[in-house]
Design a protein around this ligand. Sequence first.
Ligand code: GDP
Length: 447
Amino acid sequence: MIADTIAAISTPPGRGGVAIVRLSGPGALGAAEKMFSPAGKTPVSSFTPYRMYPGEIDCGSFRDFGLCVYFRAPHSFTGEDVVEFHCHGGTEIARGVLRSAVRCGCRLAERGEYTKRAFLNGKLSLSSAEGLADMINGESEAEVRAGYMLYTERLNGCAVRLQDALKEILAGIDADIDFPEEDIEHTDLAHIREDLRKMCDELGTLLSTYRTGKKVKEGVSVVLAGRPNTGKSSVLNALLGSDKAIVSSVPGTTRDVVEGSIEIGGVRFDLYDTAGIREGAEEVENIGIDRAKKLIDGADLVLFILDASEKMGEEDRAVYASLAGKSRLVVYNKTDLADAGESEVPADIRISAKTGENVQLLRQRMFEICMHGYNADAQFLIEERHFAALSRAKHELDEAVALCGKIPLDLLGVHLRVAWEALGEISGETESERVIDEIFAKFCVGK
Ligand code: GDP
């Protein structure tokens, strides 16, 4: 049982219109009684939950005029009594309210402690809490959407449904093991195998979405490769719509990797410019070359940039050869200049970084290649922890399907129980304290 009352500033640091200080725990309303003088007749102890009351907040050495709202347990975010003070959004004002709350018996909240309490009080599952962290930390529309799907328990609903189905099968198996002399057969093996196979299919479909989900969460990495002076930095700038990379007409000036991110179709794409893979260049550039090779290895897509106004040369060929086996898009740049004709490497797209011709089309092509089959409204996995847990569940169920009828019922039951436990990791029922702490550490203070 959690007995103490925590307090934190729940709005981000800095100045703004309002700041919110949140108190959660059995002493929240008591602290509010001491700190808040309502402007109206209703005393704090008689506040109607979820209603905003104006009044004076005592901050010790000064006062602020703000609002107070009470959420009665268990109908609050944490499941405990919660009080929020909405004060004016000055850093010192919010700190004053917080200090006052501490004087009135609260202690400062730890990172993610509100959400952790919500989880421990059964207000949300572990995967839902992770979804909330994904939403808060999300850097793209797609990540926020995927986080919201987790937050609203869509994945957990799936896991719980499969767990329930497994529990039913296990109950039948246990009955047959415990009362073998009874006439009633609880286990119809052909039926069970069919049910388990369907579960495996469902898990397989879900697991296959992780390839896309990982990109949604981590961003799609796109590397621009090509010999110096083909216009990589210019293409990068055109894609970014800014002047982040330094453009120069002296070959080899982009010595380091320049990064920038854009959102295409709501998904974050991280762009990396390379220094050009040149053999025998000076030392500083060699460092860039090593990084370029590493980047290319880890990229989801490589844009191979050629200069449309020049014939393809040895240097171009060398870079092209280094991209073998990579997912790549051949981009002929500088189409505003006189065309030197196509080489042995046909263009996937022809653009001009200078005039902007086809740059939007390039963004679209990048999206189509990297996010093939992506449907923002479909259910997909974005968390590695979920992928690992569901993989384990599927592995056990695959085994169970293969062995069904060939091994004794109790051994079959062992596989099903392990799968059941693995599915429980989505909700967090079977998770260890360490994993739980790690997850809540992803939050900020005040959430
Ligand atoms: P990088 O070495 O591959 O990064 O190439 P840069 O982006 O530094 O460009 C090399 C030169 O080509 C610069 O003088 C750019 O202004 C020029 N350039 C880049 N893109 C275009 C283009 O689409 N059209 C024309 N006419 N010039 C371009």
